[in-house]
Design a protein around this ligand. Structure first.
Ligand code: FAD
Length: 391
């Protein structure tokens, strides 16, 4: 191992940049390289589904350019560059730049995957309207979507999960007419019990959002201006453009091709170490000790722990209870999903001001919770009682 070989981080999303910042707090000398398939702008991804109503442009969301980040981090940042191969024996990456496809090689001392996640594949939708269907999982996507929204009024949203409901809230608040379609019976059905999902649905409906639940889009046709969606229920919806928010899939292909163990995400232990002791992963791409979590809180905790491990103090990450604020401002909501595969049931109390749902096991232990409306005031009290994700 050559001392001058850098620590290389693939990805400049929140995971890559948080790790770089935490690492530099502890080590100002080791060469550091970040590689990004995009332009390396630092931005807060959660704001993408909560910025239309405030009139925030993509430029305003871009907190720092890649150049500014390179200066701040005393790092080299290679933008518009894709890592296409990892030779773990030689510790060499193959890089291909967007401009002219120039290939280069880069040696690393240690390597971190912070490659994020991509939008889940679309279900089979027939018709020629897909060119007016958008997805938002990056600042570039948001720019394209906002540009296409210009002078438009009616938006078809496919998916009523966490991100879909946030976009419905944001679009409605910004004055758009929103129709939401989801095959599930109520909004956020993968995260919330029915009472809480219906409570959010009602608040969004009062703001003009229309829901079509328990049905999917089977056809999307292009019309002279806009689109027409045909639902499996037989209903049709006309809109100007469509946005799909159908969940995320970790970017694991590069790691898998390099022979690194992959399950739902890139498999790591609590020290964020993959099946190769010299290669690490965090953020949306990582499955940390069995936990695949596509949220900011786990990645900031991972970044802190990994920075310590990389600078010589072995530090396992320990996820506690991690409540997530759903940015449906029309009905403030907090959800703390129970650990994947845990056995329990929802105990729900509801009144006109909000819903409190506790997910408890047979011994009465609190494993997760969901709060809407004024019940969100109980967030801290429930967080203190709730079982940690990692023992
Ligand atoms: P990403 O941001 O996806 O970054 C991945 C990086 O890897 C990119 O720079 C990409 O270019 C690069 N990359 C990938 N492959 C390669 C390659 N082969 N070569 C070079 N570069 C590569 N979480 C919350 O906790 N609260 C919220 O309210 C919330 N709201 C959200 C709203 C929206 C609309 C979305 C999309 C997500 C939201 N999330 C929220 C989730 C949160 O934003 C993500 O968990 C987090 O941003 C993931 O960061 P990341 O760095 O792991 O991945």
């Amino acid at each position: 191992l050559d001392d001058s070989d850098p620590l290389v981080i693939i990805g400049t999303g929140l995971a890559g940049y948080h790790l770089a910042k935490e690492f530099r707090k502890l080590d100002q000398r080791t060469p550091l390289v970040l590689i990004s398939g995009d332009d390396g702008t630092f931005y807060s991804k959660p704001l993408l589904s909560a910025s239309l109503a405030h009139g925030k442009t993509p430029q305003q969301l871009a907190t720092a350019t890649a150049e500014a980040m390179a200066t701040e981090l005393n790092a080299e940042i290679l933008v518009h560059t894709h890592v296409t191969d990892v030779d773990r024996q030689a510790r060499v990456l193959t890089l291909v730049s967007d401009s002219g496809g120039i290939r280069a090689e880069l040696r690393y001392a240690r390597l971190v995957f912070a490659t994020g996640a991509h939008c889940a594949p679309l279900p089979a939708i027939e018709g020629d309207g897909l060119s007016r269907l958008f997805r938002v999982n990056s600042l570039g996507d948001y720019h394209r979507f906002r540009t296409a929204l210009t002078n438009r009024k009616r938006v078809l949203l496919i998916g009523a999960g966490l991100i879909g409901c946030e976009f419905a809230n944001d679009l409605a608040q910004a004055g758009y007419q929103v129709e939401v379609v989801d095959v599930q019976p109520w909004p956020l059905a993968n995260l919330l019990p029915e009472a809480a999902g219906r409570d959010i649905q009602q608040s969004l409906e009062q703001a003009g959002v229309r829901f079509h639940l328990g049905t999917g889009v089977s056809r999307l046709e292009r019309m002279s201006s806009g689109i027409r969606a045909v639902l499996s229920s037989g209903d049709t919806i006309e809109a100007d453009i469509a946005l799909a928010a159908l969940g995320l899939r970790p970017n694991t292909g590069l790691a898998e091709a390099a022979g690194i163990a992959v399950n739902r995400g890139i498999v790591t232990n609590r020290q964020l170490q993959t099946s190769d002791a010299n290669v690490f992963a965090l953020g949306d791409c990582a499955e940390v000790d069995g936990h695949s979590l596509y949220y900011v809180a786990p990645l900031t905790q991972s970044a802190r722990a990994l920075a310590q491990s990389l600078t010589g103090t072995a530090k396992p990450v320990q996820y506690g209870c991690l409540p997530v604020a759903v940015k449906t401002t029309l009905r403030p909501t907090v959800v703390c999903p129970p650990r994947h595969g845990s056995e329990g049931e929802w105990n729900v109390t509801a009144d006109k001001d909000g819903v409190k749902a506790e997910y408890v096991d047979t011994s009465g232990n609190l494993l997760g919770f969901a709060l809407t409306g004024s019940a969100i005031a109980e967030r801290d009290a429930l967080s203190r009682r709730c079982a940690p994700l990692m023992d």
